[in-house]
Write a protein that binds this ligand. Structure first.
Ligand SMILES: [Zn+2]
Length: 228
């Protein structure tokens, strides 16, 4: 019997919509803002993320667009998600988000004139995409790094330019949303997560296949292909 290998899993970079979009919003944390230490690599001890927000979770929102989306980028590694999003995420058994603590929206400032009481403010929760085991492939990428990573666990390094990336086969452990080793500043999701977003029509989420994800503020171009 002929056996067919399943297609390798596909991954996408998750971001909020571009600024000046319909859902453009800024989050300001309300004092007192408490933070715990930054997360460290369990092996080398290097810092692999930003300081973690602690209660009380209170924010002011400054809406530049027209409505509030289901997914809002905050300062730091936190993301705010709507109740609709949080409920569906849990009901459908997706994995990789931590937190789910309710956030109190103290005030919403609208920068555009709008009819009174015409704005719906979702109940937001704060979540953190987990640090995944999946690692950015060191060989197959067109990523320019400032130095080769010294630690095989966190693979922390400075990233100067990204011209697509792939994850090292066999390193992913099944989370639907995570921060990959070697690129902890990016949030990566699975095809299942992408389908979930599309089915529910969640707003303010932009998904780019990792192979097509480009970030090159200094115009450095792709890293040269490894010489064989
Ligand atoms: Zn490390």
């Amino acid at each position: 019997m002929a056996s067919e290998f399943p297609a390798p899993p596909r991954f996408f970079v998750l971001e909020e919509e571009v600024s000046s979009s319909r859902y453009d919003v800024e989050v300001e944390k309300v004092e007192p803002v408490n933070r715990s230490d930054a997360p460290h690599c369990p092996r080398c001890g290097d810092i692999i993320g930003l300081l973690t927000w602690l209660p009380p979770y209170r924010v002011e929102l400054e809406l530049h667009g027209q409505e509030l989306g289901d997914f809002v980028r905050s300062t730091g590694y936190e993301r705010l998600i709507s109740e609709r999003f949080a409920d569906a995420f849990r009901a459908e058994g997706l994995t990789g988000l931590e937190g789910f603590h309710p956030v109190e929206v103290v005030r919403v400032r609208c920068l555009r004139k709008r009819p009174r009481h015409s704005l719906t403010v979702p109940r937001y929760s704060v979540v953190w995409p987990c640090f995944g085991h999946a690692a950015v492939d060191l060989v197959l990428n067109r990523v320019r790094v400032s130095r080769p990573p010294a630690c095989s666990e966190c693979r922390a390094t400075g990233i100067d330019a990204i011209h697509g990336f792939v994850l090292e086969p066999g390193t992913w452990r099944g989370e639907d949303i995570f921060r990959p080793r070697g690129m902890q500043g990016k949030v990566v999701v699975t095809e299942r997560f992408k389908d979930f977003v599309n089915q529910h029509g969640f707003t303010n989420m932009r998904l780019t296949p990792t192979e097509q994800f480009v970030r090159d503020p200094d115009g450095l171009g792709p890293a040269p292909l490894p010489s064989s």
